[in-house]
Design a protein around this ligand. Structure first.
Ligand SMILES: [Ca+2]
Ligand SMILES: [Ca+2]
Length: 280
């Protein structure tokens, strides 16, 4: 086995024939997330610490989004390295997957379009079905059978882009952090890991329009119309669309949304009820 193999292969030299056979098969089945399998088996990707004048820095930029609309977000992840890199395994986790989560089984939950590693011979992203709040991204520069000597030279820029879903219309005026749950970056031999530093920032959901809207403005249009009644009824019939804020559906200021709010809105349009209070 050539000495220039990547992190995973370098580790194999130290392992049992059974494990070597497993990973040999993986080489022919690239859909398999080799690095993650090794991690699950308790096998370190690399041994020791690489010598480099500067730690590898991984960072996720801050993102600000508008509420009240389900959306798929594209968030770049950057790497700054002063020594050549041959592989990595990075885990990124949300702090509250109830409203910010990856899609389990989504092979496009991360891509390397326009990144610094478009020539790498292995790249895969995986979201566990049991934990949509965490994604694992693994990359290997130089695989057996590919071009020789592929690596990431020193530099600074886009490593990959993750795609995550903001899907809860009830969340507004809130934020959470996308954390690096794990960051392993190896040299081109796979024999050692670089020291890493991670930089994260918050994903902010702006305050919803509901803040200035009347209660009962279920569709967050800013005004009360018959469409809000339609929206509320659809919600009770199982529509996946929720509200910008709870107050958007809570026409009677009771603190919850239920059928009484429909009755209240209809009463308001008939002139039998006072104008719903402001949302805030
Ligand atoms: Ca409305
Ligand atoms: Ca209510």
């Amino acid at each position: 086995m050539p000495q220039s193999y990547n992190a995973v292969n370098a580790t194999l030299d130290l392992k049992t024939p059974k494990l070597e056979g497993l990973v040999a098969n993986l080489k022919h089945a690239r859909i398999f997330l080799a690095a993650v399998v090794l991690t699950l088996l308790g096998v370190p990707i690399a041994q020791g610490t690489c010598v480099c004048s500067q730690p590898v820095t991984l960072s996720i930029g801050s993102t600000t989004i508008a509420p009240c609309a389900s959306q798929r977000l594209s968030i770049p992840v950057y790497m700054n390295n002063t020594c050549p890199v041959g592989g990595f395994e990075i885990h990124i986790a949300t702090s509250d997957p109830s409203w910010l989560a990856f899609t389990p089984g989504d092979t496009l939950a991360a891509d390397r379009v326009g990144s610094r590693i478009t020539d790498w011979e292995f790249f895969v992203a995986s979201v566990y079905s049991s934990n949509p709040g965490q994604i694992i991204i693994a990359g290997i520069a130089d695989m057996p059978g590919g071009a020789e000597g592929v690596q990431l030279p020193p530099g600074d820029g886009l490593l990959f882009t993750i795609h995550i879903n903001y899907a809860n219309r009830n969340v507004c005026d809130s934020s959470q952090v996308l954390n690096f749950a794990l960051a392993r970056v190896s040299d081109t031999t796979g024999n050692c890991l670089f020291e890493t530093e991670t930089v994260t920032d918050s994903l902010h959901v702006l305050p919803g329009n509901c803040y200035n809207n009347p209660r009962g403005d279920a569709n967050c249009s800013g005004t009360l119309t018959g469409l809000d009644v339609v929206y509320l009824v659809a919600y009770f019939k199982g529509s996946p669309n929720g509200f910008c804020c709870v107050c958007s559906g809570d026409a009677n200021s009771s603190g919850s949304v239920n059928g009484v709010d429909v009755t209240y809105l209809v009463g308001f349009f008939k002139g039998q009820r006072p104008h719903p209070a402001p949302c805030r």
